[in-house]
Design a protein around this ligand. Structure first.
Ligand code: ADP
Ligand code: MG
Length: 322
């Protein structure tokens, strides 16, 4: 069934996600009114998802709704922020009620889990695209940044890496193998590491979420901090399904070069390293030390035998200094 713009808003968006006490005025006026608590900074991020670019054609609507919110919440996680409000610009080819219902279901389930309220947006016709702006709160001065890593700091990542890259290769084949299903699920339903990001306040010296791949994203921390790093490739956390389906070498390559995992990468001064295990427990996910920050700029990948790790493909020379 096809609905008008206002029917869509009333039916699906007006009551989407939990009600928060700090929302003075939500959907239904020309703009929302939101109360930022004293002593906090407002953390704002926006990510757009375009069909065929950020999710493959044929992705089910609930997965699109989940992912659009998850990637934005992941940015808040990387800042150590608590999520609060979100606005949504939705561009639809047709006002297909079943599609929007699925989209909102995937979105709402994640929004409910993290207490995020949808407070406004825009609905227009065009190629399928979602742009979300997420708003979070962090105590003044406590946000995690890309800048701040110092020589000697340890480099950690959360969860396992490369799964989403493996899932993308397996997507669309209706493969009943549980390993394939797990990897596609990791692609479609990333879990924002919000509890970990929050627990890393006062511990991590720098942080970023892994949207473009470890080599590229750690490169942003290094550039912003004016430092370099050594990465021990043998320490990369890889899931059993990924290694089982692709083999260890390909899994390592996916972990280094493929994006969409939405895990956190962060650095910790040696003096605070003893507190990382507690943060991981609070964050509800494993974290693994994969390297160390050095003064010399550039990212050096080290193999099991201590020599330079040959990263296949020419796309990453930019980051390689060995
Ligand atoms: P205006 O023309 O004043 O911008 P709209 O008619 O576009 O307002 O929207 C009416 C209300 O519905 C506003 O509160 C707006 O924020 C909200 N809204 C519209 N589209 C969405 C959407 N996709 N998600 C959430 N809220 C939306
Ligand atoms: Mg208006």
């Amino acid at each position: 069934m096809s609905l008008s713009e206002f029917e869509l808003i009333d039916r699906f968006f007006a009551a989407c996600g939990p009600r928060r006490a700090d929302v003075v005025l939500g959907i239904g006026d020309d703009a929302a009114l939101l109360r930022v608590p004293a002593g906090h900074e407002l953390v704002v991020t926006l990510d757009a998802l375009v069909e065929g670019v950020h999710f493959p054609r044929g992705t089910e609507p609930a997965a699109i709704g989940h992912k659009a919110l998850a990637v934005n919440l992941s940015d808040l996680a990387a800042m150590g922020a608590d999520p609060a409000w979100v606005t949504l610009a939705l561009c639809l080819p047709t006002a297909d009620a079943a599609f929007v219902q699925g989209l909102v279901a995937g979105f709402s389930a994640l929004a409910e889990r993290w207490g995020v309220q949808l407070v406004g947006g825009d609905t227009v016709r065009g190629p399928l695209m979602l742009a979300l702006q997420a708003h979070g709160l962090v105590p003044e001065g406590a946000a995690l940044r890309r800048r701040g890593a110092c020589p000697g700091d340890l480099v950690y990542v959360s969860g396992t890496l490369g799964d989403a890259g493996g899932g993308l290769q397996l997507f669309g084949h209706a493969d009943p193998d549980p390993a394939a299903r797990y990897l596609v699920q990791r692609l479609e339903r990333p879990e924002p590491r919000l509890a970990l990001g929050r627990a890393l306040r006062g511990i991590a010296s720098a942080a970023i979420d892994l949207s473009d791949g470890l080599v590229s994203d750690l490169g942003h921390i290094l550039a912003a901090s004016g430092v370099g790093a050594v990465l021990e490739v043998a320490r990369l956390p890889l899931s059993a399904p990924l290694v089982g389906r692709f083999g260890r070498d390909a899994a390592r390559h996916l972990a280094l070069a493929n994006g969409d995992d939405y895990e956190l990468c962060f650095t910790v001064p040696p003096a605070a390293a003893g507190r990382v295990a507690d943060a991981a427990r609070a964050g509800g996910c494993p974290v693994t030390c994969v390297g160390r920050i050095e003064a010399e700029p550039g990212l050096r990948l080290r193999s099991d035998d201590g020599g330079p790790y040959p990263l296949a493909g020419g796309g990453f020379d930019h980051f390689r200094r060995t």
